[in-house]
Design a protein around this ligand. Structure first.
Ligand code: ATP
Ligand code: MG
Length: 190
């Protein structure tokens, strides 16, 4: 599961859990992006903070792990590179790439789109009632997965912290404490 995870929240975790359950996945690898090129115009927290929050949030689940492939690679993150690296590390595994349906719509702008389809099956997590036919994506390569906690977003969590509003129960307890400890998002104004 790829994401900026700035911060990771329960929407991400529910999405991962639902996809794992539906597809019988042995493991969900969370992959925090390096420099997210789609967000190049926005302020993104340092990769180490985003990585550590993801580790904190997933630590208690034996099937959840976190990969550094994107944050250790130089330059902007492209999903094709993520999948090539994961394929190299796990030559015998069947790969599924979990991402938001919003991000899947952008998939068509990704480089090397043809090879992408060969590397993984794509799972687009979405709010109830969103249909694949609206995305124009091939339905043998992409599955949409409805997720109940979809209303949570990192943008909203950051804004709440900046406004002094609580993020308890939107993000895992350890992530609330991590944000407070390092005073993240206190000067976010959007
Ligand atoms: P931001 O508000 O900064 O864009 P975000 O909440 O969308 O952050 P990302 O790290 O960008 O979080 O998300 C990674 C992936 O998870 C994206 O593809 C996104 O669509 C998906 N996602 C985000 N929030 C949810 C949610 N509540 N339920 C299911 N999927 C989500
Ligand atoms: Mg987003």
């Amino acid at each position: 599961m790829g994401g900026t995870f700035d911060p990771i929240h329960h929407g991400h975790l529910v999405a991962a859990s639902e996809a794992a359950s539906r597809f019988g996945l042995d493991e969900v690898v969370f992959v925090p992006t390096g420099e997210p090129w789609q967000k190049a115009d926005k302020q993104v927290s340092p990769a180490e903070h985003r990585y550590l929050m993801t580790v904190v949030a997933t630590a208690s689940n034996p099937r959840f792990t976190v990969s550094r492939v994107d944050i250790d690679r130089e330059g902007p993150t492209y999903t094709i590179d993520t999948l090539r690296d994961l394929r190299e590390q796990r030559p015998d595994d069947e790969l599924f790439f979990i991402t938001g349906a919003d991000a899947l719509a952008q998939i068509l702008s990704w480089k090397d789109i043809g090879e992408l389809w060969d590397l993984a099956h794509f799972i687009g997590v979405t709010r109830p009632g969103y249909h694949l036919s609206e995305t124009g994506l091939p339905d043998d390569k992409v599955t949409l997965q409805e997720v109940p906690a979809m209303a949570i977003s990192s943008t909203d969590c950051r804004q709440r912290v900046a406004d002094g509003d609580p993020v308890w129960y939107l993000v895992p307890d350890g992530v609330v404490q991590y944000i407070n400890k390092y005073e993240l998002y206190t000067d976010d104004r959007e």
